[in-house]
Design a protein around this ligand. Structure first.
Ligand code: ACM
Length: 270
């Protein structure tokens, strides 16, 4: 069994210190094995320029990562959330990334594969690929927000053995919370979509309202948690990841094993 805390926040734009402080307070007050946070929860989302992204971008050897590693070590917990990552020799390549920190170490760093809207002006396309990791007997996979609209993202993680998909998000369209219901049942996995709330504008004319409604969907198609649309919220839930290992739908059908990849080849019809 593993206890997840879904932490739905309203970040202060570009105020990394304040955003971390708020989350550190939540972690201090909440009992859970793993805290799941939104995409870009330390910086906010609606950037106007690469300079703004750079001003809030983090490296793994900086103060905020030190603090997150320390909290995870002292509390014996894991934290997964999204951040603007400064990488490369001169720390000038920005990725929209998500970390998984457990017991004082960065266990995984995923760089968003499918960039949404203006993100491609500020971030490099992720080059990490999808991967899974083991923590406290549970196999986790990570995808970020708009990865959802490509069913290949969740399917790839499921084929890699993920029992629980962690999905830090900054959703602005009205579809994802429903779509992830399908992703959970078609792959028979748990999916924790953790979104933010609030509204942001930028100098480029964007005016974005984030849709909240963070949720945990089970492999059997149950909405086990569903948070508010406009308010910050924290909820914990304990799940048995082994439920995701049973891919048997009925006496004749086994999800994943029944796939027929040879039939999925794309060819031009004459
Ligand atoms: C998104 O990928 N933030 C919609």
């Amino acid at each position: 069994m593993i206890t997840l805390a879904l932490v739905q926040t309203r970040p202060r734009f570009l105020d990394v210190e304040a955003n971390w402080k708020a989350v550190a307070g939540i972690i201090e007050r909440t009992q859970a094995d793993l805290f799941v946070l939104p995409e870009l929860f330390l910086s906010g989302y609606t950037f106007s320029s690469s300079e703004e992204v750079a001003s809030a971008a983090l490296t793994h050897d900086g103060r905020v990562f030190d603090a997150m590693r320390e909290v995870s070590a002292v509390r014996g917990i894991a934290i997964c959330g999204g951040y603007a990552e400064a990488a490369g020799d001169n720390r000038q390549t920005m990725y929209n990334s998500a970390f998984f920190i457990a017991d004082g170490a960065i266990v995984a760093n995923y760089r968003k594969t499918h960039l949404f809207y203006r993100e491609s002006q500020f971030f490099a396309p992720g080059d990490s690929g999808f991967a899974t990791l083991e923590y406290r007997g549970t196999r986790f996979g990570i995808m970020i927000c708009f990865d959802w609209i490509f069913p290949e993202s969740a399917r790839t993680l499921a084929l890699m053995g993920a029992q629980v998909i962690l999905h830090p998000s900054n959703l602005v369209l009205p579809y994802c919370q429903k779509a992830m219901y399908a992703r959970a049942i078609e792959n028979r996995v748990f999916i924790a979509t953790v979104n933010r709330v609030g509204r942001e504008t930028n100098t480029l004319g964007d005016d974005l309202t984030f849709t909240g409604q963070s949720q945990l969907v089970s492999p059997l198609g149950e909405y086990l948690l569903s948070l508010a649309e406009t308010e910050e919220a924290v909820q914990t839930i304990t799940v048995d990841p082994v439920i995701a290992d049973n891919k048997q739908l009925n006496a004749f059908n086994t999800i994943l094993a029944d796939r027929r990849p040879e039939m999925y080849r794309v060819s031009m019809q004459s």
